[in-house]
Design a protein around this ligand. Sequence first.
Ligand code: COI
Length: 342
Amino acid sequence: MNDKQNIDWDNLGFNAHNTRSMFIANWNLSDSKWNVKGLVPYGDISLSPASTVLNYGQGIFEGTKAYLSSKERVVFFRLEENAKRFNSSSRRLCIPEIPNDIFIKAVKDTVLDNLDYMPKKDRGSIYIRPLAFGVGPILGVKPSEHYTFLVFVTPVGSYFKSGLNHLKTLVTDKYHRAATKSIGSAKAIGNYSGTLLPFKEITLEGYDEIIFLNASNENIIDEARSANIFILKDKTLKTPSLNGSILPGITRDSVLKISEKIFHLDVREEDITIEDLMNADEVFFTGTAVVVAPVGSICYNDKTVELGRSYTESITKNIRETLIDIQNENIKDPFGWVLPLD
Ligand code: COI
């Protein structure tokens, strides 16, 4: 089942590889608690055709990473925040909350059992995907009475094929990512399916990433398909405020704190107009998967702006490298964000 020998360890990209094991817990209305099954061999799962995840998208996920640090140990980054966000997504999707200790143990156990999938230093990390979804058969649009919590892991490298080359982006006014008062601020599976067609269309036109406008106010930007967005103008760094449709990214929050405390930028969470975006000195995406990814050009309404500043001279580079240095324990972690595996 596992495909370790087929993995191209020097060019990992962002793909799901078969690993050794995954962690499972189940919840039933009859006892109303999570029953831990623990590690099982990695592989397919069976589902009722009438499960609420298949029929109504009652499912959530998280994304976090384990790193092989400079101290020759495996570490996590702000894992408690993932546990918290998982439960806030659960509440929005009517999925029973999972106690933080079960969440953290599940992540640690799965990583520990699959440690031989950790890429060599500087080649990548282990990406961790916790999921929770309704498995009970229900035909009406109602929450399930049975749930599965599952954690799987896979080795990953760079999310964007182009690596650190400046991304070619398009702002769409044809599609929205999420409605402002809907589930955009939760890590709900349904928020991602709606971006598949827009993304397919823009890649056919040669773009790397799509930027969505806010569904309630098309003068301001929201985020990308799989990441939050930041703009830098002079010494001011801005990202859209958490207005309902924005995912409260953990990398987003870390970048805000690093930029303020270490780089002394004027950091703001507020509306960003299309005009602000098109006139920025630097633009970048943030997320666990994308880390900090620099944007090179932005097209909106057939007008393209090229962001002039080279990556090597950018503040984006300084922010990205500081974040990675903290995650890899290359520098002292001033925020207490790093958590060792044992
Ligand atoms: C992550 O950054 O970990 C995410 O969950 C985004 C994902 C859709 C690639």
